[in-house]
Design a binder for this molecule. Structure first.
Ligand code: PEP
Ligand code: MG
Length: 577
């Protein structure tokens, strides 16, 4: 067997050597089973009901499309509705059920494969893409047949143990659900390094590569893979010699990580005595253990969206409260910055039906959704206030874009505080409220936000997405994700200056802070509080301890004023040498 390699974007560290299990999220897994002659009619009825439910679902989606939605979205739904009338999808599977005496899912899968192969042979590029429509419609029926379908996380545990998972795409919800399975690595065809799925995969401490385009075409079930997440490389069917080389590399990495543990108790102080507040970003339970292991001084970003995901209804106040208390206790009461819910865009729930949108990342997300849906937001706010009586907790608001949003939040908070005071419910009246600077408008007006809020935290993942107009989950535009772009550096610098002007602390919690390449630059620009993923925290501490901040300032300004990205990269390399 010949070895070949593919290049993607590494989003975490580590090497995995194992067999691959493929999950095609777009095509639920199906298997064939025999249907007895006397129950064939029932099976056919089951299929017909599923088709009619699929029709109802699509009609309901069409009815809820806002009037100003671009025409192509509604015509896309009309096309799918038409396909649901077509005998190729309604009658042919019935014939297959009868002839083969098989279950409806299998008949539908066989018919889907036949249709897709016809589309794939077409010369016309446009017609070739219509196979995606077949898949969308078929998947809708399959999911109904399977009562939600076999989602990635529903694959039995034993099936995933030790496997490398290869998927066309994984939603954050799927990734969260896989956290308890012993997965060796994730390889995903789509997505960028700051997509929420990538961040979650990093949280799980699993070697992960995204943007490995067309991987499903070349990699097959049970192929042996080597995943080098640091380099973003996947080797397919490697020879014995290559496997030995990577096993050696794997051991070296494990040794290096073991050495870093020695820095656990060491302070994050630069050589010239500047103390840096080095905090952790957390989300999943797994992160809590790592925070403890690496001795983080605090949590600069606690993402709370997962509380809302993979369930039928949103959490009630008491559940929020008990979770926060437990998190504080588990973390040993270190300062905790809790970010209020940031659902929307790629983070979706089963119960919150956000209207169909051509640009979900620009839609009803985070604080916008919270202010529109008090039933999602207020239980969280009340719980945060109550939890604030129990430990060093502060609250942070995502996706702010204007001061009016801040006023509205304070108005709601004041109402709850008055109620709590009247009822004698304890809370910290001085709860600090901060905001994320992740929308360019907020960065440009950071001085305003610095006056109204207790602290700011720069979220570079979204800041870069919105500033560069690149969807962070779209691997096709990922080449534009460039933290060194002067526009990005200027907004970071402006935010730091605004914070200084009003004595409002400014932190950074986007993935840029946890990238060893940018640490010295960020310190040189004036940041003194970094919040990074706990798996990388000790490495960032090592860089801080090797830095002399007084030397970094002038170099950082040179990078800020570099004439282009190439020049900025050269200066950055010199700074890191
Ligand atoms: C960010 O946008 O940089 C950030 C930290 O928030 P999230 O990645 O959760 O959107
Ligand atoms: Mg963000």
């Amino acid at each position: 067997m010949t070895t070949f390699s593919m290049q993607g974007i590494g989003v975490s560290r580590g090497i995995a050597i194992s067999k691959v299990h493929i999950i095609e999220r777009n095509q639920p897994e199906t298997r064939e089973y025999h249907i007895e002659e006397n129950t064939l009619q029932q099976e056919i009825a089951r299929f017909r009901i599923a088709v009619s439910l699929a029709r109802q679902q699509l009609c309901s989606v069409r009815e809820h499309i806002p009037i100003d939605t671009p025409g192509n979205i509604s015509s896309f739904i009309d096309t799918h509705l038409l396909m649901l009338e077509d005998s190729a999808l309604t009658k042919e599977p019935v014939n297959i059920i009868r002839e083969r005496q098989c279950n409806a899912e299998w008949a539908l899968k066989l018919q889907r494969d036949a249709l897709v192969s016809i589309f794939e042979e077409m010369d016309d590029a446009y017609l070739r893409t219509r196979k995606d429509d077949v898949d969308h419609v078929v998947n809708r029926i399959q999911r109904i047949l399977m009562d939600q379908g076999l989602k990635a996380h529903e694959v039995p545990d034993s099936h995933l143990d030790g496997y490398i998972i290869l998927a066309d795409d994984l939603s954050p919800a799927d990734t969260v659900m896989m956290q308890h399975k012993k997965i060796a690595a994730f390889v995903i065809e789509h997505g960028g390094p700051t997509s929420h799925t990538a961040i979650l995969a990093r949280s799980l401490g699993i070697p992960s590569i995204v943007g490995l385009r067309r991987a499903l075409r070349y990699i097959h079930e049970d192929d042996l893979l080597i995943v080098d997440a640091h380099e973003g490389v996947v080797l397919i069917n490697p020879s014995e010699a290559i496997q030995t080389y990577y096993r050696q590399k794997q051991l070296e990495q494990i040794r290096y990580q073991a050495e870093l543990i020695n820095l656990k108790e060491a302070p994050a102080i630069s050589r010239d005595g500047v103390e840096i507040s080095l905090q952790a970003n957390i989300e999943l339970e797994k992160d809590f253990e790592i925070v403890e292991k690496v001795g983080a001084q605090g949590v600069g970003l606690y993402r709370t969206e997962h509380l809302y995901m993979n369930r039928g209804s949103p959490p009630a106040e008491e559940e929020h409260y008990l979770t926060y208390i437990e998190v504080m206790e588990t973390l040993g009461n270190i300062p905790l910055t809790l970010r209020t819910m940031d659902l929307g865009a790629d983070k979706t729930t089963d119960y919150e039906s956000t209207p169909l949108s051509a640009n979900p990342a620009l839609g009803l997300r985070a604080i916008r959704l919270c202010l529109k849906e008090p039933s999602l937001f207020e239980p969280q706010l009340r719980a945060v206030l109550r939890a604030s009586a129990k430990g060093p907790l502060r609250m942070m608001i995502p996706m702010l874009s204007n001061i009016q949003e801040v006023r509205e939040i304070f108005f709601i908070l004041e109402g709850i505080k008055e109620e709590f005071t009247a009822k004698g419910i304890p809370f910290n009246p001085d709860l600090k409220v901060g905001g994320m600077i992740e929308v360019p408008a907020a960065a440009i007006c950071a001085d305003r936000f610095a006056q109204h809020l207790d602290f700011l935290s720069i979220g570079t993942n979204d800041l870069i997405q919105y500033l560069m107009a690149i969807d962070r989950v779209n691997d096709e535009v990922n080449y534009l994700y460039d933290p060194l772009n002067p526009a990005v550096l200027r907004l970071i610098h402006m935010t730091i200056k605004a914070g200084k002007q009003y004595n409002t602390p400014v932190a950074i919690c986007g993935e840029m802070a946890g990238d060893p390449r940018f640490v010295k630059l960020l310190l040189g620009l004036g940041l003194r509080e970094l919040s990074v993923h706990p798996v990388i925290l000790l490495e960032i501490k090592r860089i801080i301890r090797e830095s002399r901040i007084s030397d970094l300032e002038s170099e950082a300004l040179k990078i800020l004023n570099a004439k282009d990205s190439i020049h900025a990269n050269e200066l950055l390399e010199a700074l890191n040498r």
